[in-house]
Structures are given as structure tokens and as C-alpha cells.
Design a protein. Sequence first.
Lengths: 428, 168
Amino acid sequence: MNAPETIPPQPRPSSALGSASSSPDRAWPAAGLARIPYWAYTDPAVYAREQERIFCGRSWNYVCLAAEVPNPGDYKRTFIGDKPVVVTREADGSLHCFENRCAHRGVQFCQKHLGNTKEFICPYHQWTYNLKGDLIGVPFMRGVKQQGGMPADFKRENHGLRTLLVAERNGVVFASFAEGMEPLADYIGPALLPLYDRVFDGRELEVLGYQRQLIPANWKLMFENIKDPYHATLLHVFLVSFGLFRADQPSAVRMDATGRHGALISWRANAPAAAEAEVKDIRSMTQLKLIDPTLLQPEREYPEFTVVMTTLWPNIIVQQQSNTLAMRHLITRGPEAFELAWTYFGYKGEPAELRAKRLRQANLMGPSGFVSMDDSEVMKFSQDSIRAYPQYEGVMEMGGRDWKDEPHMVTEGVIRGFYDYYRKTMDL
Amino acid sequence: MDYQTLSPRDLRAEVELLYADYAETLNDEAFEAWPAFFTERAFYQITSRENHERGLPIGLMRCESRGMIEDRVVAIRQTAVYGPRSIRRLVSGLRLHGWSENAPGEPPTLKATASYLAVETLPDELTRVFNAGKYIDQLQVEAGTLRFASRLCVYDTLLIPNTLVYPL
């Protein structure tokens, strides 16, 4: 068979992220936000549209902590939804983010989670990019001995890596595939920004370690879990048995104007200022007793609240549970699985005693956490039957059928707020 | 028994027996017997290789005393909510790295390492590789018997398949 003389024009995608694959033929239940259809957790077409409109849409996605890339040349390999990206720090200190996809043949050129480099060289044909993602080298571009090479009109500047917008606020780095995003502070909004700034108050952060788990469930179940205070005293026997949380404890839920971000807030009644008094308070409610009580001796670090769990659309949970601080980053792996990447941190130069408390209290969190373990297991239990019965709907009526801030935790309103924004974004 | 005067062959046999007992205890889910493998001030941690090699202190389970190890058992038995499972740990490649003296009043420490492989069986799924890694251990004689003064389980498996409920 002879090769054609000329190559017919190739169809070009209308945008870098355009895709015709994501047209779910679905109708949301008539009951609105009081119901969540099970197909939202399983349908590949819904998942494809989520990638396009949510993670690659008008959103600021968490990518890393600035403390992970402190020096020029430092990079972090990470994901937005299921899209591999790289975050770099340039010689001038600026942060950059681009697709981890060689512009030549699609090779994922960066393979290490963290590192330091002067440039990225794709191993396949050694196309070379600088820390901003510009293409700076193409081997044999002008051919070898006057033979071969790229066409005369081939220009390196037309073949750089696809770059993303980057924003940083007090040590946390976000990126967006969209153009012309509003400033990060406006995106988080005035209701939640003070909660963000109480943990990220400008002090330098220090990474204390990572945990990664692959949860066999749809990513939205994770957000629902952290937006659901109703389950906290029911599922988490550990919290109740050791007197860490009770349903009558002072608490609140707060959302931004769109419903996409939310926060679960609680604090200890008559919260004593001194750590010692706080511990006594815990013990008085205790049914089970720890053999080594040092595990649960929190120290009051922030004013007002002892626990604030913040969910920021679309891919990050900020955990401040007593003295454990962590970013829980959702990385989607198809409709029925997601990676939950935990980055624990503290503040640079903090007292050793406080650092030790963070490490001990981390026993409550992560894939082996006395509390978080329950959540991961229950998400699997959910997905296992949702998969089998796609025709049904989840009931979401605790605390009403709409969503608003509440001075209590007996509500699923934060989940309804999330789905209100989700439905608009997804046109579902 | 004076473990320090044992021949290398006899000492190795003792440590192999300890590792076999430890794995069998956990494989049989006899968790109440697990804390007795540790000294009173023992340190036990499961952590990823990426944390370990970077010197990052966070792990999956962190016990800073035998008391915390006992508390972990209470949580597994009484408070944690999880589905049924079996975890089987296979240990091989034991290597002893010799005794080292400690501060006065502190017994000497025997360093040992071994590879482990843990497979998991869930009710509706085939048995799968769950976690693979290396034990990095410090052994001490306490109450006349060899115990773990420190056991680090450093895993290669970056991604934990959902949860790690039972210890390694």
C-alpha cells in the first residue's frame, strides 16, 4: 500500500479541553436537591463531563503546598481530576504549572513525585522544556546532514507545554485550566476566607509526611462525607467512646454564596483556655479509657473553634482537627475510584511539644485512622451497592430540602449546597 | 537466656522464631497477644518509603509506647467500623545486624531487618497483594525474652488499597 502524497487536514479540537464524549443522557430527579441519583456516582459520561466542566472548568484546583517546592528548580508531580500536571518554581521564585504531557507525542515526561531540575527532558525524543513549560530544545530540528528535520515553518514557541493559571495564598498553591479566573480570595469568598486564613495565616508551613490511599468509590462520596456532620457521632464510635464529640456539642455549618465550598465547625463547650482543663473535660465524658492518654491531649491553637473541616471546590479538604493539620487532595481515577492524597503539615519552628501532638493525633486520620478509617470503609460499602442499583436515589432531607448556614450539625444542607452548584456546572 | 552470648546460628534461630510467632499472632487475628511482643517504651510505626527516605515523621499507625499499641487493639476490637477481611503476612530475608550498647541502665539493642508481604482477602474479591515492605527492627531483652523496642514497617506500596485496619 502506498502512502498518500499529502496528509489531509486533521480535525482540530475547538479548545484544548473540548470533548464530545461527555453528553450524559440523564435527568436529575424531580425532587431536586433532596435526592441524589445513583448514576451520578457510576456513569462514565457523567465522569467525563465532570473532568471537562469541573476540574478543567472554571475552578481553582489545589496542586501543592509552597513548602513542597521551596527552591528554584523544585517541582511537584500532581493531578487535577485525573489530569497529570507539574508544578515548578522558577529561578525568580515564581510558581508555574503545566500539563505533564510532552507536546510531541504525549509522553508523561515527569515521573517523580518531587524533585529538583533545571529543565524537563522528555525521554522519548528529548524534547526539552524550561521550568515555565517553554519548548527550548528539539533534537535534529534542522535535520542531520541536510536531511530530514522539521518543516521550515516549525517554530518551537508554538509547541510549548499547555500551561495553567497559578495562584498562591499563604503557602497553598492552586491552578486552573480556565482563562481569566477571578482572584483566589474572591473564589473562596468572604464567608470561608477567614476559616482558610486562620490555618494559613502566613506562617511558613512544614510538610510532616504523606499518606496515599485508593478508595474504591466515586470522588463525590468523599466530599459528601466531609460535608455531612450528621454521621459524625453515629458512625465514629471512637469519637463518642472517648468523649471527643457529641451531638449536643456547639457546632455550625457554613457555606459560600454558591454552595460549592463548605465548612463544618465545632468547639468544646465552655472551652477552657488551658490545655490541661481541656483534657479533663474530655476524660469526664469518657466511657472507654486510653491506656496511654498522651494520644488525646490536644492543645488549643486557634481562637474560637477546635475543629474546622473545610471543603473547597473541586478537589481539596482542609483538615484542622484539634492539632492535626492536613490537606486531603482528591485525585479522580474513573467514576468508581479516587486517590486520596494526604499531606500533613505544621508550622516551621513550632515547639517540639506541639509537633509531637500533631504526630500522635494523626493516628485518628488517614487509611488507618481511628476516625477516617470508618469513612473510607463506608464509602466502599456505598459504592458497592450503588453500582448494583443505578436506578435508585439517595435521600438527602436531614435539616430540610434547601441549603443555608446553620448553628448546629443535624443537617445535610452542606451536601445540598454542593449539589446545587454541581448541577448548574454540569447542566444536570 | 543470655541472648548476647548465643552463637550467631542460635541467635538467628531465636529471632526467626520471634518473627514467626509475631506473624502468626497477627495472621490469626489474636490482637490481644500483639502488645506483648513489644517493650514497655516501644516505638511502632507503619510508614511509606517516601516518608521514611525523606525523614518525614508521619506514618499510618504511630505508637509511642506499649500502652498506645494496646489502645490500637481496643480501637480495632471495639470502635473501628470496617468490613470483614483476612490479612496474611509472609516474612522472609531476615538479616541480623549485630548488637549495640546503649546508655547505662538501658539494655543493648539487636538490629534486624526483613522483607514482608501482606496479602488481603475481602469477601467478594480475589486475594490480592495488599502491602509490601521492610521491617526495620530494634530488639531488646525485657523480662527475659526478646521483644521489639522499635518496629518500623516501611512499605513500598505507595497507595494503600482503601484502609489498613490491622497492623503489619
